[in-house]
Design a protein around this ligand. Structure first.
Ligand SMILES: Nc1ncnc2c1ncn2[C@@H]1O[C@H](COP(=O)(O)OP(=O)(O)O)[C@@H](O)[C@H]1O
Ligand SMILES: [Mg+2]
Length: 335
């Protein structure tokens, strides 16, 4: 049987520009996101990530250019777009004086989820984020990580096609960040949802199927994490053996690459360290004294493209959208 793989773009952005007075926050960006994938918008503070999400979520009007979700124009068909998206913002929008479950019920009500469906979806979402047992606790008793998980659960209640996560791990400790990612990566498969996420943590973007690196309102590069890192030139593998001459010729035969030697250590640039290292050890056996791998990071990519480091500590609270969110929620409340 022949399978034809047809990627379906669910988000389309074309020549999008957003200006605030003299400041160009988003400067002529274009990209597409395929259905069922995790797309990462990676860039330092002030790069234009939240502004882009704001336009896609119909909370901000673009200055020019276009954005659409599932074929609906974000500026002209906002109510259609809103039905097909879920949003988790940088700053929490949960009601802390309600229980977890009550927050979800309220959300289901705003989105006209049928009563008959409601409890089933809420139970499923709470279970998915590991908060089923805490459903009847007040949100004010929750830790930062629990709140963020609850927000993701809430974002899923109305079965969105796209879930937007704006810096979902900001302010969380590394352990909690890791836990959150463990289940975010499950979302496309488990809930048939496309993820559009932003982060300024370079390492987090590794889980994405594709990444756009954005800086000063411009997309500077776009591709899979592997593709982006390949622009750096691949992994470097270092090998020390008791007989470097023999090892050099063995490795060269094995991979048909050039092996160099420096300070008694052989090194080769290869694209797949994980695959090559076991083969090297198998081929050279006991003569191997040490093997180490140096892997390019997305930070190296950012550095190469901009000439600047992207520092994680360089972050402010950035609550650009708080006011718009409130307006949005009020609007939904009434309708
Ligand atoms: N409402 C606003 N009015 C004026 N400038 C803004 C507004 N919102 C954002 N900006 C500016 O636009 C740029 C991009 O901001 P933002 O999209 O929040 O970046 P990021 O989310 O990547 O940190 C920044 O220079 C920011 O100061
Ligand atoms: Mg932001």
């Amino acid at each position: 049987m022949v399978h034809f793989y047809m990627p379906v773009p669910i988000i389309k952005v074309q020549n999008l520009i957003k200006k605030y007075g003299n400041l160009t926050a988003v400067s002529d960006i274009s990209f597409e996101v395929e259905q069922g994938t995790i797309f990462g918008f990676l860039g330092p503070n002030g790069a234009g990530k939240t502004t882009t999400i704001g336009i896609l979520c119909t909370l901000l009007a673009p200055t020019s250019g276009s954005a659409s979700i599932f074929g609906h124009d974000c500026a002209r068909e906002s109510s259609e777009v809103r039905k097909s998206i879920g949003i988790v913002f940088q700053d929490t929008t949960l009601d802390k004086d309600l229980t977890a479950r009550e927050n979800l019920v309220f959300h289901a009500y705003l989105y006209d989820v049928k009563k008959s469906e409601r409890d089933r979806r809420i139970n499923e979402a709470l279970t998915f984020v590991g908060l089923y047992d805490r459903g009847d606790d007040l949100v004010k008793k929750f830790s930062g990580g629990m709140k963020r998980r609850l927000e993701v659960a809430r974002g899923l209640i109305h079965r969105p096609k796209v879930l937007f996560l704006d810096e979902p791990t900001l302010g969380l400790d590394p352990q909690t960040r890791a836990n959150l990612w463990d289940f975010i990566v499950e979302l496309p498969r488990r809930h048939n949802v496309t993820i559009f996420m932003t982060t300024h943590y370079m390492d987090e973007a590794e889980v994405c199927d594709r990444i756009a690196i954005i800086d000063r309102g411009k997309i500077i590069t776009i591709g899979t994490p592997e593709e982006l890192k390949k622009t750096i030139g691949g992994d470097v593998i270092y090998v020390k053996t008791s007989d470097n001459r023999r090892a050099k010729s063995e490795i060269e035969k094995l991979f048909r690459v050039e092996v160099s030697e420096q300070d008694g250590e052989l090194f080769l640039t290869s694209l797949k360290g994980d695959a090559c290292i076991p083969e090297i050890i198998r081929a050279l056996g006991d003569s191997v004294l040490s093997v180490r791998l140096q892997r390019p990071t997305l930070n190296d990519v950012f550095l190469k493209m901009t000439g600047r480091e992207m520092r994680s500590e360089d972050v402010s609270s950035g609550d650009t959208l708080k006011a718009e969110v409130r307006t949005y929620r009020r609007h939904h409340d009434r309708s």
